[in-house]
Write a protein that binds this ligand. Structure first.
Ligand code: ADP
Ligand code: MG
Length: 265
């Protein structure tokens, strides 16, 4: 009995909030007028949670990731990391420090450096952090094993398939063990089988590093990998779904997404 209470206690402790997004707004001022890309968005991300953000093109998904990653400045609202809002987090040099210590980015277009080998690409964030050669070597060797890329370690990105390149990008994003991973349409350029392989790699790595992930996608089958799905329309959260890990997930996510498509039509 005592033992089960202990287990329950650990379970509760594990469910800590890592991110609290409160009243986030982003308006772009353009020559053609103001564009409201995010409109009073609030949600929370738990430690170790995989959250999918779904929405049609232009619904504000990339804007949201850019703000969470301090790549852009919100018009209003706050992003709290572990319950704390840092006033200057969007200004340099704090923004770079915040990104380097907390965020791993994975993009649809892989964004690898073409003149560097695969292992140099993966090592880059550690080099920028100023880690020692011995630490870099140890971490990169482990990452090459986890991503199954050891055989290609000295190849350049152009010599690799799309799926392999995305695995390099995931390795590079996770090599510093950032607590938060932001993935923008990470399987958008990949076929179905390769996408499945990439998502499995991401899940396996999440088990090793216990990352919290925000995964932007317009693909319902990708969203079924998440713990929870937020549905965006016109810069607002309009629906939400907690996955049950049953066949029902795909049907409900599709149904909710269709509902949003109908709103946009
Ligand atoms: P999504 O990723 O869901 O396709 P985005 O976040 O890229 O959507 O864009 C949301 C809205 O903001 C769109 O109307 C888009 O045209 C606009 N937008 C995005 N980035 C900029 C920018 N840098 N300048 C002006 N408008 C932008
Ligand atoms: Mg986008």
């Amino acid at each position: 009995m005592l033992h089960s209470w202990k287990v329950l206690g650990v379970g509760i402790l594990n469910k800590q909030l890592i991110l609290s997004i409160e009243g986030l707004c982003k308006t772009y001022e353009t020559a053609g007028g103001s564009i409201c890309a995010l409109d009073n968005v609030s949600f929370q991300l738990e430690e170790g949670e995989l959250l999918a953000v779904m929405g049609t093109s232009g619904s504000g998904k990339s804007t949201l990731l850019n703000l969470i990653g301090a790549m852009d400045i919100p018009t209003a609202g706050e992003i709290k990391l572990n319950g704390i809002y840092e006033e200057g987090m969007f200004k340099e040099p704090q923004a770079t420090v915040y990104r380097r210590e907390n965020i791993g980015f994975i993009f649809q277009s892989f964004n690898l450096l073409k003149d560097l080998s695969l292992e140099e690409n993966i090592a880059l964030p550690l080099v920028l952090k100023g880690e020692t050669d011995a630490d870099i070597d140890r971490k990169v060797t482990k990452m090459l094993e986890i991503t199954g890329l050891n055989k290609w370690r000295s190849h350049r990105p152009v010599e690799l398939s799309g799926g392999q390149q995305q695995r390099v990008a995931i390795g590079r994003a996770l090599i510093t063990s950032p607590p938060i991973v932001l993935a923008d349409e990470l399987t958008g350029n990949l076929d179905f089988n390769t996408s499945t392989d990439i998502l499995q790699t991401l899940l396996e790595m999440k088990k090793v590093f216990n990352q919290s992930i925000v995964l932007v996608t317009h693909d319902p089958s990708v969203a079924t990998y998440a713990d929870r799905v937020l549905f965006f329309h016109d810069g607002k959260i309009v629906d939400e779904y907690t996955c049950t890990r049953t066949d029902e997930d795909m049907d409900i996510i599709l149904q909710k997404f269709r509902h949003i498509l109908e709103r946009s039509a």
